[in-house]
Design a protein around this ligand. Sequence first.
Ligand SMILES: [Zn+2]
Ligand SMILES: [Zn+2]
Length: 188
Amino acid sequence: MSGGLFTGSCLCGGVCYQLEGDGVLIIGHCHCSLCRKASGAAFASFLMVLIADFAWTKGEQLMHKYESSEGIFRCHCGCCGSPLPLQDPHLSLMAVPAGSLNTDIPSLMHVETFTGDALSFLRTEQGSGLVSLLEEAPHLAFLSFPQRESKAYWLGFLDKVNTRRAQLGLDVFPADFLEQIAQRGDIG
Ligand SMILES: [Zn+2]
Ligand SMILES: [Zn+2]
């Protein structure tokens, strides 16, 4: 993703945000039941950024929050109901709904999670339909995990988190913290 600020908003425009383009770590596509319910979509797509790379620019007071897992508050606009970026305090991350961006979605590392829970019409013999779709787009780097608690997922992802934290001059998470997070269950 090229650098510079990217902006997004809810449908009514009452809540707006911006993020640093260079700070986008991955684009995650989640099939878990929590993400499906919260988004209303067959699966939910998020851009993952550090909180340090994100800022609300308008209407934060309009947001309603719902604690879907311990410490994880899913947000939506109290006026139009659109899903809005949610904060993961455990990792100091924001998960930004890809559909709320005002700009096009960049080509980046794509990670698909909870494919084991994917709706049947999205499944193929290889996995989910999204897997097939993205495998036919060779310019996209793509990884797929049946469950997000896969240790390989967390270790790979947290490596990206730490690289970005180092770029911004923030303390990196220590190795034992990565192990602890890697053992963590679903945080959806
Ligand atoms: Zn709104
Ligand atoms: Zn999910």
